[in-house]
Design a protein around this ligand. Structure first.
Ligand code: MG
Length: 309
């Protein structure tokens, strides 16, 4: 789809896994309710486009996130294919029970690097939230599940401003110590810049966090998403989160432009010759279809460039 030439840059991985977060992180921020059949079709189309990790939904209480109240129905209806992972957000033991009953093999818990966001999002402090996750992660690991530990506000927090690297490293290692198999570093309000990204990854590596456990989750609020991804890839990170069509935002960021768009990321990775297995053309068709279902244009510049004119 990128017909304008491919040239690699030195120091980049040959292959990157994109963790597609659109159906969960994207749709949970939609103002209106999206019909279950649209969600199921979205997940299946993303897999058809070549995605091997599609974060599908969330087992949080419907009162918190009414947009994802149909989690069980979505999971029952999606044709889950071998070799594809369909992570589900699980906040507590009850959520894990529901996920296990539905044959889920991948879960994610949602931690915060800062006290302020832990209290706003989880209604408890950092230590108390880790204590809540501990039995969930232990039981999930016993059941053989892959467990992603999200860490929000790694580079900045709307209440606390800049976040100390030492604080992020401390919470990150505690989260991994619970048994999480992956750590997803979230720039929840999109304020990171590439040097800050490199510094945090270097600090995690110095704390003996294995590189292959680290994933990055960037938001494009200040237009830094792609630059930050490139900085992470140059440090050797090989798992990058992105959201089809740029779906989703952060309710805590004032100018809530959302998740890094998967198509924009793919345009860059395809041009760098970094293999992802995801077909840009099929993904653009999917985001174009979804934009029509949601009755508003995709914020992805690549989707716009390839669908207009
Ligand atoms: Mg996000």
């Amino acid at each position: 789809m990128n017909h304008y030439g491919v040239d690699p840059l030195p120091g980049l991985p040959g292959r990157v896994t994109i963790c597609e977060v659109g159906p969960r992180d994207g749709l949970q921020n939609e103002a209106g309710l999206v019909p279950v059949e649209v969600k199921v079709e979205l997940v299946e189309r993303l897999v058809d486009a070549g995605h091997t990790v599609v974060e599908t939904t969330s087992m949080v209480h419907p009162a918190w996130v009414p947009q994802l109240a149909d989690a069980e129905e979505v999971l029952r209806r999606v044709d889950r294919r071998p070799g594809v992972r369909y992570p589900v957000l699980v906040p507590n033991r009850r959520g894990l029970d529901r996920a296990l009953d539905l044959g889920v093999t991948d879960i994610a818990v949602f931690g915060s690097a800062t006290e302020s966001f832990a209290k706003a999002n989880l209604n408890r402090g950092v230590t108390e939230s880790l204590e809540m996750f501990a039995p969930v992660v232990a039981r999930a690991r016993e059941a053989g599940l892959h467990v992603r530990g999200y860490l929000s506000m790694c580079w900045g927090d709307p209440w606390e401003g800049a976040v100390l690297i030492s604080q992020v490293v401390s919470v990150a290692t505690r989260l991994l110590g619970l048994g999480c198999t992956e750590l997803a570093l979230g720039d929840t309000i999109g304020v990171a810049t590439p040097g800050r990204v490199a510094s945090l990854i270097d600090a995690l590596l110095a704390a003996e966090v294995p590189l292959d456990r680290i994933a990055v989750h960037f938001h494009d609020t200040y237009g830094q998403g792609l630059a930050n991804c490139l900085a992470a890839l140059q440090r050797g990170v090989t798992t990058v989160d992105a959201s089809a069509g740029g779906l989703g935002g952060c309710p805590y960021a004032k100018s809530a432009t959302g998740n890094l768009a998967t198509e924009d990321l793919l345009w860059q990775l395809d041009g760098l010759g970094v293999h992802t297995g995801v077909d840009l053309g099929k993904l653009v068709e999917t985001s174009d279809w979804l934009a029509k279902e949601l009755r508003r244009p995709s914020p992805s510049r690549t989707v716009r460039a390839l669908t207009q004119g």
